[in-house]
Design a protein around this ligand. Sequence first.
Ligand code: ZN
Length: 146
Amino acid sequence: MHEWALAEAVLESVRAEQTARSGQRAAKVVIRFGELQSIDPEVFTEGIQQLQSAEVDLDLEFVFETEPATLKCTVCGHGWSFADCDIDEATREAIHFLPEVAHSFIVCPSCGSADFRVDKGRGVTIESIQFVTQDSAGSSGMASDD
Ligand SMILES: [Zn+2]
């Protein structure tokens, strides 16, 4: 239940942020999923919703974004995107779930080294939390979305 533990951690940090801002309520949370991580977004979303329904102090709208993965060669400094890698579908899938195996299948397109790191697109981060003023009686448009 990796996803649920993560969902719990996300709600926990949102609540901490909310507690730190008296008079404000967290309304919208943007979550960014790296292209290369082992989280199932559907399970994660379900976890968030289930956990949130048990929280009286949280009423959140979640927006999920995907961050494309980019790789960076540690030998020559060349950067390239995972999407551009010339690998078959099964390998691509394997790397999605276990990014470490990338080193067995991918080499730097510039110098041929397998010594690269995943520069972007790993893990799950809270991209932003949007707050609204809690005491908004009489006021309108406080939580306007773009
Ligand atoms: Zn290189």
